[in-house]
Every structure is written in C-alpha cells, then in structure tokens.
Design a protein around this ligand. Structure first.
Ligand code: URA
Length: 217
C-alpha cells in the first residue's frame, strides 16, 4: 500500500517489495542499459497497477456459461499516458502494456540557459474531454519540468483533478516545487530520496535517467 509522508500529503510512495528490489538494481551503477530499461518497464507496470486502483468502475450484463451476471468493468473514463521527453519514454512502455488502449501524448521541454526555466519545444496531446492524464518522468528533481508539463496540460484544457504524476525517484525539493504549483495533482513514486546535490542530481538517485535508459553520455 502507498505510504503518505506528512510533509507531502499528495505524494504516495509505493513500498512494494518487487518495486523496491527492482529500483535497487537500477540504482547500481554496474547495471547495464538493457537491464536498466527492462527494470524501468517492469516497475512502471507494477506502479501502474497501484495507480489504476482509483479508476471508476461500473457493471456490464454478461452471460457466463451458467447464468447471467452484472460483472464489474472499468467505467468509460479514458486514459492518456504522457511521457515528458526524453526520459519519460522509458516509463510509458510499462504503462502501455497494462493499459493498451491508452492514448499517448508527448511533452518536450528544454532548459533555457539564461533563465534556467523549462521551454516547450514539442507538445502533441490527445483529446482532453473525459480523460485521465498520467504524466510520467522517472526523476522528480527540481520539479520545474514536471510543473511546466502540468501547466501545458492545463493550458490544453486538462484540470489538475484529471492529472496523475508518476515518477520513479523524487527529491523533497522537487515534490515541494511541484505541489506548490499543482496542489491537486497526486504524485506516485517508488522512492522519496534524500536531497538534490549542487548540480540538481538526486542523492542517492540513480544518475542521469535519460542517459541510462538510452545508453548515451
Ligand atoms: N535528472 C536525472 O536524470 N537524474 C537526476 O538525478 C536528476 C535529474
């Protein structure tokens, strides 16, 4: 079951043994790209199982071989998975395996050298009406990109109540920035780490998630 930190009531840390074991393997610097990517996909699938717990249910009349029943099914609410480029792509795969009918949006942001603020360079999103949007990015570090990505969804007509944020590792600084900007968005993470270092890397973290997923330097 998710653990709630009293400092961050919107943050749900998923302390499932399988998630924690796989995350520890990902943190190990000796873990090669192929395994890192596979583990991220597996964790995303397990996290998706928890996150989708809240999807509204309804019933559908069916015939079993023996009788008629009103069987539970997911109500019509549609889902969109929105990776924040580029590291978010690594988390989208697991979620899409779990929810194959989900639409996929993309939000690309880069950091302006002068202002240090995120600037949009690519946004492509599905129809927002009646849809739950799951924003995904492995590292919630400073929180600025995640908050800017949620701003993009708001501008597109998606209310915070219809957005969930799924990350792998969060830093307290990032959770603070994000929750101040979007207090109604629930965040799901496999870990709340200690702090950011002077280069805005999460400690203990796992290094640069994008580089480790794609095998770049
Ligand atoms: N982005 C990463 O990929 N890693 C960090 O530790 C922080 C931001």
């Amino acid at each position: 079951m998710p653990i709630i930190n009293p400092d961050f009531p919107q943050l749900h840390v998923l302390h499932h043994p399988l998630i924690q074991h796989k995350l520890s393997m990902m943190r190990d610097k000796a873990t090669p790209t192929i395994l890192f990517r596979q583990l991220l996909k597996e964790i995303s699938l397990l996290m998706g199982y928890e996150i989708t717990r809240r999807l509204p249910m309804t019933t559908m009349r069916i015939e079993t071989p023996l009788t008629t029943m009103d069987a539970p099914v997911i109500a019509g609410k549609k889902v969109a998975v929105v990776p924040i480029l580029r590291a978010g792509l690594g988390m989208a795969d697991g979620l899409l395996e779990l929810i194959p009918s989900a639409r996929v949006g993309h939000v690309g942001l880069y950091r302006d050298h002068e202002t240090k603020r995120p600037i949009e360079y690519f946004v492509k999103l599905p129809e927002p009406e009646g849809r739950t949007f799951i924003l995904v990015d492995p590292m919630l570090a400073t929180g600025h990109s995640a908050a800017a990505a949620a701003d993009v969804l708001n501008k597109y007509g998606v209310a915070d109540e219809n957005i969930l944020m799924m990350v792998l590792v969060a830093a307290p600084e990032g959770v603070g920035v994000f929750t101040r900007a979007h207090p109604k968005i629930q965040i799901y993470s496999a870990s709340l780490d200690s702090h950011l270092n002077e280069n805005a890397y999460i400690i203990p973290g796992l290094g640069d998630a994008g580089d480790r997923i794609f095998g770049t330097k």
